[in-house]
Design a protein around this ligand. Structure first.
Ligand SMILES: [Fe+2]
Ligand SMILES: [Fe+2]
Length: 167
């Protein structure tokens, strides 16, 4: 059936977000493994747990709407995963892999922030206040993770600069 209502679009976009979270949830253990800094490792681990909660929030939203998620694939999240694979093809040193993963994580968090910002607006427009609140929980976690990643990017950048100066 052709999509013709904002509610149908909302269900589609929610399904897309659910797919993205599943893809990201699978990527996070690999990022943990590849992180050299223990604090970064811990941040990825915590975000894996948060991601599990984010999926639960999305499941709760579908329940409240009396709908089931569509079987759709988030092509953007798939693409972010492929970028991680492409980085590996460059045979990076452990340090460069870690820095590259941080850049990739920054892109992922920004994508998720855009996703939940749009979904929250849609929920508000549909008069779904409780759902907007649940989406806000996910959004807050993505924003916090994005900030943490920014901090790591700065720290590792400084370390790389100091290492280059010492050579
Ligand atoms: Fe997420
Ligand atoms: Fe995230």
């Amino acid at each position: 059936m052709p999509m013709s209502t904002p509610r149908e679009l909302f269900i589609h976009e929610l399904s897309d977000a659910m797919s993205a979270e599943h893809i990201i949830h699978k990527m996070l253990p690999e990022l943990q493994k590849e992180a050299k800094h223990p604090e970064l490792k811990a941040a990825f681990k915590e975000h894996e747990q948060e991601t599990r909660q984010q999926v639960k929030n999305l499941e709760q939203i579908f329940k409240q709407l009396g709908e089931k998620p569509e079987e759709t694939v988030c092509h953007a999240a798939e693409g972010l995963k492929q970028e991680h694979d492409a980085l590996h093809e460059e045979e990076p040193s452990a340090e460069m892999l870690e820095m590259g993963n941080i850049a990739g994580a920054a892109k992922t968090e920004h994508y998720e922030i855009a996703t939940y910002t749009a979904l929250q607006q849609m929920a508000r427009d549909l008069g779904e206040g409780d759902i907007a609140k649940l989406l806000g929980e996910n959004l807050a976690q993505e924003k916090a993770m994005s900030k943490r990643i920014e901090g790591f990017a700065k720290q590792l950048g400084k370390e790389a600069k100091a290492a280059a100066a010492a050579d």
